[in-house]
Design a protein around this ligand. Structure first.
Ligand SMILES: [Zn+2]
Length: 192
């Protein structure tokens, strides 16, 4: 009985973490973050940042492909191997697939979207054409995009995780990331 429970939990964990692996792993190495300030400092707006946001969006959807591995392995295990292990994998990876697909029927949008990239681009364009002060320096802070020179809020868009190497280390950072799923930790103040 205990063995079945452990196998079920292990299977669930594998199914749970697999779809999140691309976001957790791919961009965390130092070489990928050459153009960015260190986590958790604000990031200056630049084409690199816009590109990073779009990459995070790609990795998020790539997670669906990664979910197919535990779904297939879970099925194989259910048929030929350990039933609790396979059921655990199936249940948790199937759940994350459903969770991501609900975006299309009006659920929560992903933490990284194309619309967000466009909003960043609009702020950059505006700070060139119609600057907020003499030395516009738009940066993405935790709760909004603000100008670091005059501190005016340029876009009330809280910052999601942006794939930088986490300041809290790989282990604690990964746990926090799994808990938040990449969404901003701080919600928009205007919603209060
Ligand atoms: Zn300014």
């Amino acid at each position: 009985m205990i063995e079945s429970v452990i196998l079920f939990l292990l299977g669930s964990f594998i199914g749970y973490i697999s779809p999140k692996l691309p976001v957790l792993m791919i961009t965390r190495a130092k070489g990928f973050n050459y153009h960015f300030s260190h986590h958790p400092e604000p990031i200056s707006l630049s084409p690199y940042l816009t590109q990073r946001l779009l990459h995070m969006r790609t990795f998020y959807w790539l997670g669906l492909g990664f979910a197919l591995i535990p779904i297939a392995a879970g099925y194989a295990s259910l048929v030929w191997g350990s039933a609790p292990f396979g059921f655990g994998m199936w249940l948790s990876s199937g759940w994350s697939v459903i969770n991501r697909l609900q975006t299309f029927i009006g659920g929560t949008p992903p933490p990284w979207t194309y619309e967000m990239a466009i909003r960043l681009q609009l702020v950059m364009n505006k700070s060139k054409q119609n600057p907020c002060c003499d030395f516009p320096e738009p940066e993405w802070q935790l709760t909004a995009v603000r100008c670091s020179s005059c501190n005016i809020t340029l876009d009330e868009m809280p910052r999601p995780d942006l794939g930088r190497k986490r300041s809290d280390g790989i282990f604690a950072g990964s746990i926090r990331l799994l808990a938040s799923d990449g969404y901003p930790i701080v919600s928009e103040q205007s919603e209060e």
